[in-house]
Design a protein around this ligand. Structure first.
Ligand SMILES: O=P(O)(O)OC[C@H]1O[C@@H](O)[C@H](O)[C@@H](O)[C@@H]1O
Length: 364
């Protein structure tokens, strides 16, 4: 029997898109029992291999005009290749809209690190909408660099006009901005966001530990979460101006899951430094200081090391399927449970255990 598929478009063919596309192929011919590393084998009857990339946008000359299954391995991508043998997809990467999706401060870090801007003409909104409609896109995945406020708004407009569900993987506030949320609601188009919460990443670990302090009656007094990495995301974030919403998103995600809100001087959460040789490996250091029985001090230190982009794709593979199911259920506006469980900055924070239970009950 022929399986139904989910047609997606990706904005930004960087490391996260690379891991996602490799994953679609990696899991395609594997049965449930052979699938290591998935949160869910099926969502709404869809398996990971049912996802098909039908359009892709980027601004780098090494990627624009190239088959998307080849572009995912082009520099400056540097993530682990776990499925290198991708067949040609027949979908060429289209030139995207640049706006603030490109940051010149990276220019001195060498060609294998930064973007090399393509000289192809940029599309208008009408061009992108037309392309999305012609390709029959169900779900538009936003993978622009952190700090791309204008470019994200451009593509969110395109999703609204083309009638595609929008998954906002980055910390620009769209789903969690009431005006934007209202526009998706009014057009009855599903949106999941904002800012993807990795499969076993810094945020979910920090939130889980915060919850543990809460359940065990330990007063949390101070905490930090420092992160280092060597991919283009970390390089981009050396520009502190691009970082504001990312810091807010990550900090809020932790504040929402600890015993009581901490004053700003007692909580420090964010990307910390760019270490080129780390490539796509992200290392996170968490420290939590608290008081337990008898007001006696304790502290906890943790080091987490993950490959950043497969860690993101492990969640994206589920948000895409939830977005498609939302379309089938004729839901529009904020898709609350997937946004809360899969994203760091949803419109409403819900404890992870709660959103997980509802997700399993109502979506899987
Ligand atoms: O590890 P965390 O805190 O869940 O964050 C992970 C994700 O955060 C996103 O903002 C990054 O762009 C992703 O690359 C990353 O995977």
């Amino acid at each position: 029997m022929e399986r139904k598929n989910i047609r997606i478009a990706v904005i930004g063919v960087g490391n996260c898109a690379s891991s996602l596309i490799q994953g679609i192929h990696y899991y395609r011919d594997r049965g449930a029992e052979e699938c290591i590393g998935l949160l869910n084998y099926e969502i709404g009857g869809y398996q990971p291999g049912d996802i098909e990339v039908v359009a892709a946008f980027d601004i780098d000359k090494r990627k624009v005009g190239v088959d998307v299954n080849e572009a995912v391995f082009a520099l400056p991508n540097c993530t682990t290749v776990f499925c290198g043998d991708l067949p040609a997809s027949g979908v060429k990467v289209s030139m995207g809209k640049v706006l603030d999706g490109y940051s010149e401060h990276m220019a001195n870090f060498g060609d294998d690190r930064t973007f090399l801007l393509s000289s192809e003409a940029e599309p208008s909104q009408a061009d992108v909408v037309d392309q999305l409609k012609k390709a029959g896109v169900d779900v538009l995945m936003n993978y622009l660099p952190v700090g791309s406020q204008k470019a994200t708004e451009f593509y969110a407009e395109c999703a609204l006009e083309a009638g595609c569900a929008f998954v906002n993987n980055i910390p620009v506030f769209i789903a969690s901005n009431p005006e934007w949320a209202q526009r998706f609601e009014a057009r009855h188009i599903p949106i999941i966001g904002d800012d993807i919460k990795a499969q076993l990443g810094a945020t979910i670990v920090h939130r889980t530990l915060g919850n543990l302090f809460k359940k065990r009656g330990v007063k949390l007094e101070r905490t930090y979460q420092l992160n280092t990495g060597g991919n283009t995301d970390f390089l981009n974030m050396l520009n502190r101006e691009r970082l504001a919403s990312k810091k807010e998103s990550k900090t809020e995600a932790v504040q929402a899951a600890i015993p009581q809100r901490l004053e700003a001087e007692n909580i420090h959460v964010g990307p910390s430094d760019y270490v080129p040789w780390q490539n796509d490996n992200k290392v996170c250091f968490i420290r939590m200081e608290g008081k337990l029985f008898g007001d006696v001090a304790m502290n906890l230190e943790l080091r987490l090391s993950v490959e950043d982009s497969p860690n993101s794709a492990g969640v994206a593979i589920d948000t895409i399927r939830c977005a498609k199911v939302a379309l089938e259920r004729n839901m529009g506006g904020i898709i609350e449970i997937p946004s809360a469980f899969f994203c760091k900055h949803p419109p409403r924070q819900i404890p992870d255990d709660e959103s997980y239970a509802t997700l399993m009950e109502e979506w899987v």
